[in-house]
Design a protein around this ligand. Structure first.
Ligand code: FMN
Length: 188
């Protein structure tokens, strides 16, 4: 798939068919992610590939952070079902000490953010779907997967084949360039 097309047609996919995603596809995705840029090339990211059904079910349950989502009227994370339906979930972790901070901005989040986009585009390029899940019970998932306390969990990526391409590929609105781009100087 052409790069521009992949960027424009990547969507958050929250329903998957029961066709399993192969190990080969997961290796292709993670191999591409390695090419992402990072602070001083320190590559702070680490990935856990989760396939065990019980673990996936538990991770799906742990994607509902009640104290955060309930006040907003959510009874589940919009991605809870996607996680439960996926044959594989990639858990994106970061070692904050393997990146830099300047002017109080910790760049490990940027590093893993870039890696996340590479991951999502690679998934799209293979004709598969995923969604960045950033709301979850971090400590409980840390315990479940034996992740050390100095490592942050930044995202969950359930990956699968699309169930309903037409419905899932609807484009959420984007701000026009006129609203987000200034020329020469910041303008209100
Ligand atoms: C940092 C981050 C965290 C996100 N967390 C969640 C989440 O917890 N649950 C979910 O369903 N979608 C989550 N999303 C997906 C966004 O809702 C989605 O990207 C946005 O609505 C735009 O839709 P699109 O990805 O189809 O273009 C997250 C996206 C990002 C970048």
């Amino acid at each position: 798939m052409d790069l521009f097309e992949a960027i424009k047609t990547r969507r958050s996919i929250r329903r998957f068919s029961d066709k399993p995603v192969s190990d080969e596809n997961i290796t292709t995705i993670l191999d591409l992610v390695r090419y992402s840029p990072s602070w001083a090339n320190l590559q702070c990211w680490r990935f856990i590939v989760v396939r065990e059904k019980d673990n996936i079910k538990r991770i799906s349950e742990l994607s509902y952070v009640e104290s955060f989502l309930k006040p907003m009227g959510y009874k589940a994370n919009p991605a809870t079902k996607a996680i439960a339906e996926a044959s594989v979930v990639i858990v994106l972790c970061a070692d904050p000490t393997k990146s830099g901070t300047i002017w109080n901005q910790p760049y490990y989040m940027t590093d893993v953010g870039i890696a996340s986009q590479t991951l999502m585009l690679a998934v799209r390029g293979l004709g598969l779907g995923t969604v960045f899940v950033g709301i979850f019970e971090e400590d409980a998932i840390r315990n479940l997967l034996n992740i050390p306390s100095n490592i942050r969990i930044v995202g969950l990526f359930p990956i699968g084949y699309l169930l309903d391409e037409k419905k899932e590929m609807k484009m959420p609105e984007r701000k026009p360039l006129s609203e987000i781009v200034f020329y020469e100087k910041w303008a209100d």
